[in-house]
Design a protein around this ligand. Structure first.
Ligand code: PLP
Length: 233
């Protein structure tokens, strides 16, 4: 029989506690973002009943059907955002973690101003420099951050990265520590960005290493929900 979501959640929370303790951090400083992609609304509701209140979704359309099942939850967009879905994303999500261009940031800003809200966003950084991966290169980051400073309705709260998948979680460590260094470089005293403190990094197979390296958000899917069905359509 498949392990209940409640038990999986308990185990993930325990592992977060232990990883935080190992690195002298408070577990309260780490947000667990439960990644719901391909999971049906009923399973999301189960995770909610197990106490989770923060969810991450890759697809705007999919979040729509799930958000209604979990009142007072916080939804984070963690996947590629198309220009024609920005308005809907702004109405559904409390955070957008996947900002990867000045144009997208400007579009989010415009829709947020229209909606009368302020959206915390993360800039997705492409650490590996793989052409196929989303995110801005560390070299492009300063321009994006400068552009953000002039925009209403959005606040760049930190950085997000998806390092290449590896079997051994230790192989993710250099990427995580590099993202922490990049954040420190751009948010230090005198930069005007002292409030940029969030580091979204770490998934099911490497979230403990990410926490040891300073993650403030870990995005965990399969460790909570079990393996994913193939995405339809
Ligand atoms: C799917 C996904 C996750 C979660 O991955 P798991 O390995 O299932 O924990 C995290 N972040 C992003 C951006 C994803 O697409």
């Amino acid at each position: 029989m498949e392990e209940p979501i409640r038990d999986r959640v308990a185990r993930v929370l325990e592992r977060i506690d232990r990883a935080a303790a190992r690195s002298g951090r408070s577990p309260a400083a780490v947000r667990l973002v439960a990644v719901t992609k391909t999971q049906p609304p009923e399973r999301v509701a189960e995770a909610y009943e197990a106490g989770l209140r923060v969810f991450g979704e890759n697809y705007v359309q999919e979040a729509e059907g799930k958000a209604g099942r979990v009142p007072d939850a916080e939804w984070h967009l963690i996947g590629k955002l198309q220009g024609n879905k920005v308005r809907k994303a702004v109405s559904l999500f409390g955070w957008i973690q996947s900002v990867d261009s000045p144009g997208l940031l400007a579009a989010i800003s415009r829709r947020c101003v229209e909606a009368g809200k302020t959206m915390p966003v993360l800039v997705e950084v492409n650490l590996a420099g793989e052409g196929s991966k989303a995110g801005v290169s560390p070299e492009e980051l300063p321009d994006l951050l400068s552009a953000a400073a002039g925009l209403d309705g959005v606040v760049v709260a930190g950085l997000m990265a998806i390092p290449p998948m590896t079997e051994d979680p230790e192989e993710s460590r250099p990427g995580f520590s590099r993202l922490r260094e990049i954040l420190a470089r751009h948010s230090g005293p005198g930069t005007g960005r002292e409030g940029m403190t969030e580091l979204s990094m770490g998934m099911s197979n490497d979230f403990e290493v990410a926490i040891e390296e300073g993650a403030t958000m870990v995005r965990v899917g399969t460790a909570i929900f079990g393996s994913r069905a193939r995405r339809q359509g």
